[in-house]
Design a protein. Structure first.
Ligand code: DQA
Length: 147
């Protein structure tokens, strides 16, 4: 029962980056809270952050056959990356797409995502609380169902 949390470029700056948009909670806090929520459901959560597209592709490929669900905030790659989309489809692991901010209330070029039509679910604009919702959803609906 294993979950992989992936955060893309600039999300290592969470908590200090444009706090009026992304809030004050750090990525370290998000990752440790997510691990605790998963543990309370008897699941193991691993987290990964990278600013590099290829590194994210490599991490997704390494999860093949080992992970029940992926939660991914692709950051700016949301709007550009066919490669990360293809990696997720290639490993056939169900995934939740997550954005801290409401991308639909921002610049028009943030409205398109290369992930949304393939995601099991999308969480947008709930701030870092979205990560908790995503982990709980994956635990209850992806992981526990397989028991
Ligand atoms: C983001 C939204 C993206 O448009 C942006 O490039 C990010 C973060 C979010 O979490 O709201 O880096 O994915």
């Amino acid at each position: 029962k294993s979950i992989l949390l992936i955060n893309g470029p600039n999300l290592n700056l969470l908590g200090t980056r444009e706090p009026h948009i992304y809030g004050h909670t750090t990525l370290a806090d998000v990752e440790s809270n997510s691990r605790e929520v998963a543990a309370s459901h008897g699941a193991i959560l691993e987290s990964f952050q990278s600013n590099h597209e290829g590194a994210i592709v490599d991490r997704i490929q390494a999860a093949r056959g080992k992970v029940d669900g992926i939660i991914i905030n692709p950051g700016a790659y949301t709007h550009t990356s066919v490669a990360i989309r293809d990696a997720l489809l290639g490993v056939a692991i169900p995934f939740i797409e997550l954005h801290v901010s409401n991308v639909h209330a921002r610049e028009p070029w943030r409205h398109h995502s290369y992930f949304s039509d393939k995601a099991a679910g999308i969480i947008v604009g709930l701030g870092v609380y979205g990560y908790k919702v995503a982990v709980e959803h994956v635990c209850v609906n992806f992981v526990e169902k397989e028991k």
